[in-house]
Design a protein around this ligand. Structure first.
Ligand code: HEC
Length: 176
């Protein structure tokens, strides 16, 4: 039986003319700015990275304000995921997966922070702040220096330690 038939039998089919105005009237339309704050993708190769820049020195202060409460001093021992450490544990019996030990690309760290953090207020950070926080997490993992400026050109060039332990599932699409 088709899904539609099952829905019809359950008496759940809406009249064809149903529109948003006939709905329960919950919520409110998003503004163009609110949509723009979430409508982006930064790919592993760095495409989609915005203008802006930041370094770990700036990121350290931002981390104290926006991240430390959940992720702990130096990205360790917080109530939420560890963001630093765990290097060399991935192939062992108890892998400690952190940004530094596990993530294959630095570019997608940027994407993730911009999209999802801080947990209680995603989308609230500026592009410069996200670059600086990305730099700070990479610095905590000894992947970049404190003064290294990350931007759309330098971030894709950062090589993550666990990079080669991931395989690209869609070989044919590579380079697209
Ligand atoms: C209110 C608590 C809270 C705050 C504040 C917070 N985070 Fe998180 N963070 C979380 C939680 C919970 C997760 C796990 C989310 C999940 O798995 O869906 C997480 C996951 C992450 C991850 C992914 C870790 C991994 O390896 O999967 C990163 C990176 C991260 N946060 C960075 C940040 C940064 C940078 C900030 C500051 C701008 C921040 N977080 C602020 C709670 C928080």
């Amino acid at each position: 039986m088709s899904t539609l038939k099952m829905i019809a039998l359950a008496g759940l089919v809406l009249p064809a003319a149903a529109s948003a105005q006939d709905g329960p009237g919950l919520g409110e339309p998003l503004t163009a700015e609110q949509v723009a704050a979430l409508d982006f993708v930064v790919m592993p190769d760095g495409s989609g990275l915005p203008d802006g820049s930041g370094d770990a020195r700036t990121g350290a202060e931002l981390y104290r304000q926006h991240c430390l409460a959940c992720h702990g001093e130096n990205g360790r021992d917080g109530v939420s995921d560890a963001l630093a450490g765990g290097h060399g544990t991935i192939e062992g019996p108890v892998p400690e997966k952190t940004v530094g030990s596990y993530w294959p690309y630095a570019t997608t760290v940027f994407d993730y922070i911009r999209r999802a953090m801080p947990y209680q207020e995603p989308g609230s950070l500026s592009e410069d702040e996200v670059y600086a926080l990305t730099a700070y997490l990479l610095y905590l993992n000894e992947i970049v220096d404190e003064d290294q400026v990350l931007d759309r050109a330098t971030l894709p060039a950062v090589r993550m330690p666990n990079r080669d332990n991931f395989v690209w599932a869609f070989e044919a699409r590579q380079g697209r």
